[in-house]
Unconditional design. Structure first.
Length: 380
């Protein structure tokens, strides 16, 4: 039997949960569907810039307190950027960011979203089919069928909603690949300092070591598909080789133990203005290809776009405004907010990211020159 809702939200990660939080008070009957049972792992670097939680806390005030009190996280004051074997460039954060396992972070946001009246959560339901018919959206999942006049696609990098309704196809010019694993028994690290490694072996991309405590970290590598695909790069091999050949990493990882497997996932970059809206749908977060093409950050865009979608829904859904003309206002607002920054970063990545000698030379000069150092920090 098809169950009828006012709204379907596909995906209960930061984007989907934020959309639900911002739709609070609209009196909507919402189906929130996710293929996972929470808390669930999400392949990520786990680095959450301060601005994401700050925005969402306006909609869920208790979240800030919960995050502040949660002990299993690292509070980051700086990032150390290692270019080749030079001394690191230290980037002090104005506001403290955190590194926290997504299993914990996403679960806390979801718990806040599930307090919203009218939300029905369907965990463990993989969306198999999404179709639009007679002005309604129909969703078929592992065991159930749903129907609503509108759907929010917040179902991540492999979004069935984006593929079905926005005709989204992976474009390797605007995509990246990445792998990450958790390690314990590390030495010479500080939970207050994230580490980023740039060298010809990982460009166009970077290697990261994001501490979760004084002895454990999320360690990973991301690279642009423009390089991975034609060169048939095996990211897992590059990851292990990079650790083995880096004297700096060896000084920290010689007795380290891997906790769980090295997992990979896609990075849909915001290096092009993707379609974020249409008749009966809106796309948020990774489903709308909103990952920063320079540093791989996506949680912030997921939260901001989810909240904006929720606000738009609250205003428009009760009035029956569900067509492409109306939902385009959301798309326009998102591109206005993010595109100038993302376009600049995409151009820098395209122009410089594969030129390892130039980056090395800039770093060599930059470390000694305060003006150059600030310019370099802004670029990264
Ligand atoms: C290796 C790696 C490292 C990263 N590091 C960082 C970082 O340090 N900081 C940062 O800000 N960003 C980082 N990102 C990006 C960040 O992970 C994403 O931008 C962010 O998770 C986007 O949130 P979202 O809610 O849009 O999607 P997701 O968090 O992916 O949530 C989507 C949800 O949809 C569900 N779903 C998917 N398919 C279906 C289906 N068929 N049916 C039902 N449900 C479905 C999933 O289970 C999931 O819960 C990284 C990404 C990768 C891959």
């Amino acid at each position: 039997m098809v169950e009828k809702f006012d709204l379907i939200v596909a995906g209960a990660g930061p984007a989907g949960a934020s959309a639900v939080l911002a739709a609070k008070g609209a009196g909507l009957k919402i189906a929130l569907i996710d293929k996972s049972n929470f808390p669930r792992d999400k392949v990520c670097g786990d680095f959450v810039m301060a601005r994401g939680p700050r925005f969402i806390s306006e909609y869920a005030p208790s979240l800030k307190e919960r995050l502040d009190q949660f002990p299993e996280k690292a509070v980051n004051k700086s990032t150390a950027i290692y270019v080749d074997d030079f001394d690191p460039i230290i980037w002090e954060w104005v506001q403290r960011s955190i590194t926290i396992k997504r299993e914990d972070f996403d679960h806390m946001i979801l718990e806040e979203a599930l307090k919203v009246e009218g939300v029905h959560f369907f965990p463990g339901e993989t969306i198999k089919e999404v179709r639009r018919e007679n002005g309604q959206v129909f969703v078929r999942s592992s065991n159930l069928e749903f129907k609503a006049p509108f759907i929010v696609g917040a179902d991540g990098a492999h979004s069935p909603v984006a593929k079905s309704l926005a005709n989204y196809k992976v474009d390797h010019n605007h995509y990246g690949g990445s792998v990450r694993a958790y390690y314990s028994a590390l030495t010479n690290i500080s939970s207050a300092t994230n580490e980023v490694y740039v060298s010809k072996d990982v460009l166009p991309g970077y290697f990261w070591l994001f501490p979760l405590s004084e002895t454990s970290a999320n360690i990973g590598l991301g690279m642009h598909s423009r390089h991975i695909v034609p060169n048939k790069v095996n990211l897992k091999e590059v990851f292990y080789r990079f650790i083995e050949e880096s004297p700096t990493l060896q000084s920290k990882m010689s007795s380290a133990e891997m906790e769980g497997p090295l997992k990979g996932f896609g990075l849909p970059f915001y290096s092009k203005k993707f379609n974020l809206s249409g008749d009966n749908y809106i796309l948020c977060g990774d489903a709308g290809s909103m990952i920063d093409p320079m540093n791989g950050e996506g949680i912030y865009q997921a939260i901001v776009s989810g909240l904006a979608a929720g606000e738009w829904l609250k205003e428009n859904l009760p009035k029956g405004k569900i067509g492409a003309n109306a939902s385009f206002a959301y798309e326009k607002a998102m591109h206005k907010r993010f595109w100038p920054e993302m376009r600049t970063k995409a151009l820098l990545v395209k122009g410089f990211a594969h030129r390892s000698k130039l980056i090395s030379s800039l770093a060599r000069v930059g470390i000694r020159n305060p003006w150059m150092l600030n310019t370099l920090k802004r670029m990264m």
